[in-house]
Design a protein around this ligand. Structure first.
Ligand code: ATP
Ligand code: MG
Ligand code: MG
Length: 375
């Protein structure tokens, strides 16, 4: 029996540890919140991420991975050299900071949206013009689900938004006229073996992922290769350039001509990969566990058309129709045991079907029962 340490005990840790059990892997999470989701499926060390006794226990594991990128540097520094950290602190250092991440993506040969790093008031002048006249200001650190972001349409708005964010380091990105968003997970073993996840198509609203579907509709990338091949090439370049061992997920914007810009990289399993739990095949969670522990890898992902709908926290009086959801054929509810707060990710529903169309109409039915679709 292997043991895998996980920094963070949220829903991703819950699902990693559930996927680990059939592989003969026991998970141990370090997580300060006594009510965190993974307490049900893993051994829970309830302590701060920098707690010496907790870190000592993680250091006894066969490998340590993480479920969020904002793990304090002290925690990874305390583990380094004592236990394999996958992905490595170096990858984490890049992916927790937007400006560093973008520079490292460009260096790896990937394309990103036009951007300007904003660190001083002087960086503001001309910045909006440089990125094309409309943009999104994003804090370099700590943002998720569209938090720490503002749409910018004028130089005055840019100044006001940066002030509103407290003048912290930011990047201003040009607003990308994408035709769709896609994502791809890639796992890399210590020997350099690469395995890919499915190319998934994602729909966001208000900066939050609402639904994902597999397979992504095919479209042509430049050079005549399909979008999936194009995305795989970029993912491989990044995984190799960053010397990733473990699993990372790339989010892309697809442009009208089929070009792919990398939006951001998560050094971990990703919300858009949750549909891999129920489409047959190896899930992203199993792939991440295998990659962290050096177990054999195979391409992961669904064998059937499938999709995922996120369950976001509801306003009072708008509670979803749970009985309806649990009885809907071709769907499975995954619940994170978190308290309701409007807009918070509380669970998801995975959907399978014979075709993309069937999956899509089942996802519509799920959204009606969640109360997020009225037609
Ligand atoms: P998460 O980590 O939860 O994915 P985040 O807070 O890091 O979210 P981003 O991924 O940067 O946020 O942005 C969230 C969404 O906002 C994107 O998936 C996309 O729909 C939209 N968006 C972000 N940046 C741009 C951009 N430059 N142009 C157009 N749309 C954008
Ligand atoms: Mg992000
Ligand atoms: Mg994102």
């Amino acid at each position: 029996i292997y043991t895998l340490g996980i920094l963070g005990g949220g829903q991703l840790a819950q699902m990693l540890s559930l996927a680990a059990i059939p592989l003969g892997v026991r998970c141990v999470v370090l997580e300060p919140d006594p009510q965190a989701p993974a307490r049900l499926s893993a051994e829970h060390l309830q302590a701060a991420y920098t707690d010496a006794a907790g870190l000592d226990q993680l250091a006894q594991c066969d490998a340590v991975t993480l479920e969020f990128e904002n793990v304090p540097t002290e925690a990874t520094a305390a583990l380094q050299g004592r236990v394999p950290l996958r992905p490595s602190p170096a990858v984490l250092h890049l992916s927790k900071h937007r400006a560093r991440e973008k520079a490292a993506l460009v260096e790896a040969g990937a394309e990103v949206a036009p951007y300007v790093v904003i660190e001083h008031a002087a960086d503001l002048s001309g910045a909006l013009k440089t990125v094309g006249g409309t943009g999104i200001l994003k804090t370099s650190e700590l943002g998720y689900d569209g938090k720490g972001q503002a749409r910018i349409g004028s130089a005055a708005e840019l100044r006001a938004a940066w002030k509103e964010m407290g003048g912290v380091p930011c990047v201003l990105e040009g607003l990308v006229p994408f035709v769709r968003e896609v994502s791809l997970g890639v796992a890399r073993g210590q020997d350099g073996t690469i395995s890919y996840g499915p190319l998934v198509e994602n729909v966001h609203a208000g900066g939050i992922l609402r639904r994902s579907i597999f397979p992504a509709a095919s479209s042509a990338a430049p050079g005549g290769v399909g979008t999936e091949q194009h995305a795989r090439r970029i993912a491989r370049s990044v995984a190799e350039a960053w010397d990733v061992v473990g699993l990372i997920t790339l989010e892309f914007f697809e442009l009208p001509g089929g070009e792919l810009l990398v939006n951001e990289v998560a050094p971990r399993v990703h919300n858009s990969g949750h549909l891999t739990q129920d489409g047959g095949g190896v899930s992203q969670f199993e792939a991440a566990v295998r990659a962290a522990l050096g177990l054999p890898l195979q391409d992961f992902g669904p064998l059937l058309p499938c999709g995922m709908v996120n369950i976001l926290g509801w306003e009072e009086g708008d509670e979803p129709d749970w009985d309806g959801l649990e009885c809907l054929r071709g769907t499975r509810l995954h619940w994170y045991h978190k308290a309701n707060r409007p807009g918070r990710k509380l669970g998801h529903v995975n959907v399978v079907g014979e075709s993309r169309e069937e999956v899509q109409s089942r996802m519509d039915a799920v959204e009606r029962l969640l109360g997020t679709r009225r037609d």
